[in-house]
Design a protein around this ligand. Structure first.
Ligand code: FAD
Length: 307
């Protein structure tokens, strides 16, 4: 029994989530392997339970999951478990590998109870279910926030080049690869503090001015509701919720957010939740440890002044 972790490397940035995925793999078997798609790092710092690192050169043209799935599926057959982060890349690629292998995938795993029994949320996180796999290969997308990000022991491993037969999907035209935006706030997935704003901000200018500035004061990341994204106040890569990112920071500050179940699904594992809302009956207060009832346009500037 051995797990394969698949990660994508964009540019020189090391793949995110390796430590958490290796923690998850440690619940299955003592050692695991890692396959890095893209990038060109001859040596990688990895947790101690990683035995081998493979690196497959993947041009941007091949990054479409449909082009990768066929070539990867043969390699996956060498493993009892294949783990990917439950991010947009993992959610795109792993089901396609499952399709090629004719194997069902287990999604959004938050606990590995045994090598064949996994815990995952259902009904937008309102219930948890334990599922038992009868599959020959277990394909798992992992909620990395649910697994330890502390690798006490790490080592350097040389990456072995791997030739995989990728085929460009003719139905997909490659236009451009999103550039990683390096700004003054950290990415959502790594942030210990997240300040999120909702539709009530009223404009992109207000959103940037108030939410972004508050996040900078806390050294935290910026999040948004889907309503704020759809109104054009924020980009969809920072949407938190059922159809956005799942986050679990130490501190989550919800500014002018109603607390719809789909938003809660993405942030309810936050350690401390602070809500600012003018409606004292807003649903968000049911999930908040601290609540401020009032107008965000008065409260946030006061907070910014005091911090
Ligand atoms: P609203 O619901 O309009 O709430 C605005 C809040 O701001 C209200 O509570 C109001 O009292 C308060 N407010 C207004 N003015 C002020 C002020 N001046 N000061 C302080 N407070 C004020 N949503 C997500 O967020 N993430 C998802 O991933 C997601 N996925 C979805 C998937 C599906 C299939 C569906 C159907 C919906 C999904 N939604 C998602 C949308 C979700 O149902 C809600 O519509 C959305 O979360 C509401 O966003 P909001 O809280 O910004 O806006």
């Amino acid at each position: 029994m051995k797990s394969l972790i698949i990660l994508r490397q964009l540019g020189d940035a090391l793949p995110l989530g390796l430590t958490e995925l290796a923690s998850a793999a440690a619940k299955i078997a003592p050692v695991c392997d890692v396959l890095v798609l893209g990038g060109n790092t001859p040596e990688l710092s990895v947790p101690n339970n990683v035995e081998q690192v493979f690196q497959a050169a993947v041009s941007d043209n091949y990054l479409a999951a449909s082009s990768l799935a066929k070539g990867l599926s043969g390699f996956c057959r060498n493993y009892s478990h294949v783990l990917m982060a439950a991010d947009s890349f993992g959610k795109d690629l792993l089901p396609r590998i499952g399709g090629v292998l004719d194997i069902a995938q287990f999604s959004e795993i938050i606990e590995i109870i045994s090598p064949r029994i996994f815990k995952r949320p259902i009904y937008a996180g309102n219930a948890l279910v334990e599922v038992e796999s009868l599959e020959e290969i277990n394909l798992l997308t992992i909620r990395t926030q649910a697994f330890s990000s502390n690798a006490s022991n790490t080592k350097m491993l040389a990456a072995q080049a791997l030739e995989l037969g990728f085929a460009i999907d003719e139905q997909i035209e490659f236009i451009e690869q999103n550039q990683l935006v390096v700004g003054d706030v950290p990415p959502l997935a790594q942030a210990k503090v997240i300040v999120s704003g909702g539709r009530s901000l009223g404009s992109a200018e207000n959103f940037n001015h108030l939410i972004h500035q508050l996040a900078v004061k806390f050294g935290g990341a910026v999040g948004a509701t889907r309503a704020a994204v759809e109104a054009g106040y924020a980009t969809n890569d920072i949407q938190v919720g059922q159809t956005g990112q799942i986050v679990a920071p130490q501190l989550y500050i919800a500014v002018g957010i109603s607390g719809a179940v789909q938003h809660i699904a993405g942030m309810k594992d936050s350690k401390i939740v602070v809500a600012i809302n003018s409606d004292e009956n807003a649903q968000i207060f049911e999930y908040a440890d601290y609540g401020v009832v009032g107008d965000l346009f008065e409260i946030v500037p006061q907070l910014l002044e005091k911090l």
